[in-house]
Design a protein around this ligand. Structure first.
Ligand code: HEC
Length: 231
């Protein structure tokens, strides 16, 4: 029997196939509890972070950046804390892998910004990778922090003297939140401390030094308070 010669049967057949497709791709995920259950450390955005998220959407960052770490070694290693980074920050060489993204981390992302193109690197775990002043400099002129970068300078987020606008600060605060719904940086370093007790002193010292020497953190904290008041 050739089904293409029987229009009624053909339509019925296509309809059934589409129903199966809808069930598998739409209904099953809707019933999946894990999509609506936040991971233990997932928190909603603060007012400032929310404002930053709006800037991220408005300026089209999602066209070049994804926000999803797949469970591939290439990605968990690349977006983890690299040896260079831990060396610069804590004086130790170690690679701490980034955990793959989990559905529960996205429950407050409406709409989500998973993205589909990676002209630039994934940003799902970028929070805490750099300090605030790095982000400000990078947004003002990506070439100043990443030589040869093709990311556009976001000059409209700065005044003529190069001072960051409220939007720029909000955006940075949003970027620093990304990936922190799982406390993987802290956990990674804790495990590293356990494995290498002889490094304790260096790790402690660098932790304190970083907090003391990062003036922009204070600025953002102030802004955060302002933002929360306005909410
Ligand atoms: C035309 C594509 C493009 C657009 C639009 C774009 N970026 Fe980028 N971005 C890149 C590329 C390429 C890199 C890698 C080189 C670099 O570090 O500058 C990058 C790097 C970054 C990094 C550093 C990531 C890391 O792990 O080192 C951050 C943070 C970032 N972009 C944020 C943003 C934000 C926020 C916006 C929107 C305001 C934005 N980008 C818009 C292409 C883009």
């Amino acid at each position: 029997m050739s089904i293409e010669k029987k229009p009624f049967l053909l339509i019925l057949f296509v309809f059934i196939l589409m129903m199966i497709g809808t069930y598998v791709t739409v209904i099953v995920p809707l019933l999946d509890e894990s999509l609506n259950t936040p991971t233990p450390d997932t928190t909603d955005y603060t007012a400032l972070e929310k404002a930053g998220r709006k800037v991220y959407i408005k300026d089209g960052c999602v066209n070049c950046h994804t926000q999803q770490i797949r469970s591939l070694l290439e990605e968990t290693q690349r977006y983890g804390m690299g040896e260079e980074e831990t060396f610069k920050r804590f004086g130790v060489r170690t690679l701490i892998q980034a955990p793959p993204s989990q559905p529960g981390e996205y429950v407050y992302d409406k709409p989500h910004l998973l993205g589909t193109r990676r002209t630039g690197p994934d940003l799902a775990r970028v929070g805490g990778k750099y300090d605030n002043s790095w982000h400000i400099n990078h947004l003002r002129d990506p070439r100043s922090t990443s030589p040869g970068s093709i990311m556009p300078s976001h000059t409209w987020l700065f005044d003529k003297k190069g001072k960051p606008s409220k939007d720029a600060r909000a955006l940075v605060s949003y970027l620093q939140k990304l990936g922190n719904n799982i406390k993987w940086r802290e956990e990674g370093l804790k495990q590293y401390r356990k494995l290498h007790p002889e490094k304790k002193e260096i790790l402690d010292k660098e932790d304190i030094k970083k907090e003391e020497t990062d003036p922009s953190t204070e600025e953002i904290k102030e802004q955060k308070k302002d933002g929360e008041k306005n909410d």
